[in-house]
Design a protein around this ligand. Structure first.
Ligand code: NAD
Length: 256
């Protein structure tokens, strides 16, 4: 018995990184997963490997959401899970951030989550789950990522409101707040064919050894296990909460 037997879950930004690991784990736990992304070649390849459906879904486009939900229902008959995972990061000091860049981050991270909840929740059977991917920067500040941190705080707020409004239909809504995770977002060497991503990972472990109590960067598989917990009955009495997964980074400072 898998923890997600019979469930149909849409995972956005699933072509790589955390979304890919979520898709892999959810399929292993019995779910039918809709792999959704704008990276069509990578997404299709993964979906083919997993025996899943791939949909092109730009999370900032409402029409794409309606098409994705329709495709999911046509393929599997129903939808009862959503992981809003797609996200982008831009580095800039607030005062140097052009409005266009700020709005680009808002469009993907914040509007994308909102549209996902709006498009999928009405189609969900009672007992559905939504997991929104916020961030460590959704619950604390971080210099040089102002647009990103603003959207991730917004996702935590959206999660709480959605949880309240959807609870009567037994749809649970929670948020994940990852610290630094070893994907292309934190480890751009993963996108560079000339680089050795594992060597870059070891270098990042060295950096985070100083910052993070558990002494290393997190792995996307670890976030996928939190997404699974929040998407299955193991979390049946939990809704409206942000879950920090950061190796203890937010626990406080150590003076020894
Ligand atoms: P990643 O860059 O490897 O993956 C992001 C995925 O989102 C990619 O597949 C990308 O194509 C997709 N995407 C981007 N724009 C999209 C759009 N408009 N529509 C659909 N898909 C789109 O990085 P990741 O670490 O796997 O990121 C997953 C989530 O985790 C993001 O929401 C990110 O903000 C969040 N997060 C990451 C970290 C980290 O350190 N890696 C930390 C905290 C939170």
């Amino acid at each position: 018995m898998g923890k997600l037997d019979g469930r149909v879950v849409i995972v956005t930004g699933a072509a790589r990184g955390q979304g890919e690991q979520e898709a892999r784990l959810f399929v292993a736990e019995g779910a039918s997963v809709v792999v959704a992304d704008v990276l069509d070649d990578q997404g299709k390849k993964l979906a083919e490997e997993l025996g899943s459906l791939y949909v092109h879904l730009d999370v900032g486009e409402e029409a794409d959401w309606h098409a994705a939900v329709a495709a999911a229902k046509e393929a599997y008959g129903h939808v009862d899970g959503l992981v809003n995972n797609a996200g982008i990061l831009r580095f800039n000091a607030l005062l140097d951030t052009p409005l266009d860049e700020f709005m680009q981050v808002v469009r993907v991270n914040q509007v994308g989550c909102f549209l996902g909840v709006k498009a999928v929740a009405p189609e969900m059977a009672d007992g559905g789950t939504i997991v929104n991917t916020a961030s460590y920067t959704g619950v604390t500040g971080m210099a040089a990522v102002g647009a990103y941190a603003a959207t991730k705080h917004a996702i935590v707020g959206l999660t709480r409101v959605a949880a309240l409004e959807l609870a009567p239909r037994h749809i649970r809504v929670n948020a994940m707040c990852p610290g630094a995770i070893d994907t292309a977002m934190a480890n751009p060497a993963r996108l560079d064919p000339a680089a050795d991503p594992e060597e870059a990972s070891r270098a990042l472990d060295g950096l985070y050894r100083k910052l993070v109590p558990l002494g290393r960067i997190g792995r996307p598989e670890e976030v996928a296990r939190l997404a699974l917990f929040l998407s299955c009955d193991d979390s049946s009495y939990i809704t409206g909460q942000p879950f920090v997964i950061d190796g203890g980074w937010l626990a406080g400072v150590s003076i020894v």
